[in-house]
Design a protein around this ligand. Sequence first.
Ligand SMILES: Nc1ncnc2c1ncn2[C@@H]1O[C@H](COP(=O)(O)OP(=O)(O)OP(=O)(O)O)[C@@H](O)[C@H]1O
Length: 849
Amino acid sequence: MHITFKHFRVDISPFYVLGISSGLPGFHTSPNGSRELLITLQRYWLVAGAARVPSSLTNNFVHTQSYFGRRGTKIMSTQSILIPSSPPGRTSYPTAMDARVPDPRSSAHNRLVSSYIPPELVDQIPDFDENDLLSDEEDLSFNDSHTVVIKNPQRSAAIQPQRPPPQHVARMQSFEGDDDCSVIGWSSSPYSHKVSTMQEKNVPGGAANFNRMQRIKGSGLSSMSTNVGQSTVTIDIPDNEINSIIQPNGSIMQLAGSKRTLPWENHSSSKSEVMSEGISNAAKKKVNSKVLNKNRYTDIIEVNTKMKATRTTTSTKRSGSRAASEAPEPQKRIAKIFLSEEQKLVIRLVCEERKSVFFTGSAGTGKSVLLREIISSLRRKHSRDNESVAITASTGLAACNVGGVTLHSFAGFGLGKEDLQTLVKRIRRNKKAMQRWLRTKVLIMDEISMVDGELFDKLEAIARQIRNRDSPFGGIQLVVTGDFFQLPPVPDYGKKASSFAFESNSWNIAIPETICLTQVFRQKDQTFVDMLNEMRIGKLSQASIEEFKKLDRIPIYDDNLEPTELFCTRQEVEMANSRRMSGLPGQEHTYDAFDSGTSDPAVRAKLLSSCMAPEQVVLKQDCQVMLIKNMDDVLVNGSLGKVIGFMNESVYAKYREDQFREQFGSGDTSDGDWEPNGKVGRKADVPYPDDDSLGITSLRERKNKREEEFVRAMADTSKKWPLVRFTLPDATIRDMLILTETWKIELPNGEIQAQRSQVPLILAWALSIHKAQGQTLERVKVDLGRVFEKGQAYVALSRATSKDGLQVLHFNATKVRVHEKVTKFYLSLTTFNQTRRDQDDEALLEAHG
Ligand SMILES: Nc1ncnc2c1ncn2[C@@H]1O[C@H](COP(=O)(O)OP(=O)(O)OP(=O)(O)O)[C@@H](O)[C@H]1O
């Protein structure tokens, strides 16, 4: 996405302003008739202050959240980009100074601080010290590439407590841009406040203008602002980094999968609520008035701060000089996926040609990845009416994975067992359900293999009746995906077997386009891909049978991580996991989920019962866990790790610092590519069982006393989280403190029916095949002797990324069974697909050059 702005301002703001500025979005104003880009590079987020701002405000209005932490912690290196525009009637252009960043020593500043930060924490805020100020502008300047260079180590160290020896020349994180596109990059590193290269077009004064840095009188580093006046700046924001777009009418379009959870959403403890209650009336008034003002802004685009894809990957070898990184927070960096030509074809059919499509393909062909892309595109396309794209899936688990609701929930007809007319009547009585059916333009259905054919027909007929239109699904465009060779619908109790959706009467007329994805991404080894494809269709060659039999051995792994054992029943899974847990010494750490949402508690509990994140996670040191959310491009849903300790975020900061020193020594850290999210290539297994063993005493000696108190104060109020050691595919290790994440079951209008905040970990010695569907696992152990359902063996084995990481016990070709009608259905598609491919050959050839 390219966005062009006429004005922009860069604020570089360390500690003081943050708890306040982020919570008071109304201060962000811009001149009449113009659009303003405000970039705030924040050194510290004083979360205590921010947490007192009601989430409704932050959610619905500014979304300054970029990298939020939890209450009671200090978060280093946050940034946000806000793009408000044109509040009518405004002609003035308040600077950061007069609008929201009063001189830290002024009474105005104190008033702001004290109205948003609880008194006990105000006491912990270090006094502003004249010595902390940079003496003059020579201490701080922009160099040619607009790099902030902090020249005075002592002073900047005092201001920014976690700063390592600071010859830190902030290096730009610049994105590549084409000629028409100016680019701004930024870094989350507090050592590198910066705004990267900007190619300004038609800028009166050009770069010189940019350099016109405004400093806040007397406040040194506490805030700076650069004002480019009439520059035109276009920034290129990768789609996957846009969380939400606030539209001219004030409504918010959430984009798929990228929203960062706010601390108060995350927090399972009621502490933050207590804090909100404690908010002063004056503050409440202030906040409310800002809410009322929200329509003044016509659009705000929020960019989350997952680490930019342009960050260089850390080498695991020690290198002479590296840029020190401080950020103890696990920053997210989601890999940019380049879609294959066949994936792009589906996007084109759906988004440009508005066709109803069914895209299918064997396990690992990127159906889920593609679906997420489609959702993003459709949401952007239908941004004026965010209710028009309905995301659904056959099961709660699948729905949770794509951020949608179950088909039943969308339909609003309960279990949907009654006859058609009864169901239609029920929906007509349900205003919200009616609205959904009427407003939906695109209906997405994931995991179609588990949708019953009868249900599919009912939905089709309901759509026609409610929308009073005779075309299939009443004119709703369908985007359907899944693989019928995987798990089938669960039959109703007492009913023999369910039918498949493709057997329904309406399937063929409702879905004119079918695309079979053929390129497998999950496995790289073509022999293995072929073996799995044979297994999928139940036609195993003798050679493949022999190969599978060879997998009945115990793979040797260099680390202590064991393969995840897949079982058919939940009971077996629970037994296997609890047996292993009870064998571990050590104290249990329990994490209770925090559930919320608009549905009543009983419905919510039911909706969340199939959420991948359990209600309660009990962990011990040394237990094996699996990540159930993508954290970045390396640590992804399915990554295996071992809990090596429990600590709070402040202690983790020290831990990271220790880790860094241990690995790279305490020498020059001013340059290089070491990055803050913990990718430290250290093979030695150094246990960090608890806070006390972290040697923080010695570190403290090196710290400023004031800062130490601050850290302790913050640490005291925070909770201990699991520190997990992940072994990466290249055999290096990476430790990450795992905090809570959120899963949502969301209706098309953005209403969150149910939401769960929980640490994104599950015990990973064992997993059910049902839950494993959709997962990618590096190490898998399956006992085929226990498999009973058609498609089950295929689902289980196809989770593995390689033969080396797959152990198969009791392989028996007769256990590999498929539904005959599924085979027939796919055979009929092959012909169709060939025709489709013939048609598209030309386009594909062209695309390949
Ligand atoms: N275009 C792509 N480029 C690179 N990797 C991809 C691409 N598409 C998918 N992948 C990767 O392939 C793996 C499998 O993708 P995904 O889970 O979307 O497959 P799927 O078809 O949904 O599988 P299943 O049917 O087993 O659920 C993931 O690790 C994903 O990141």
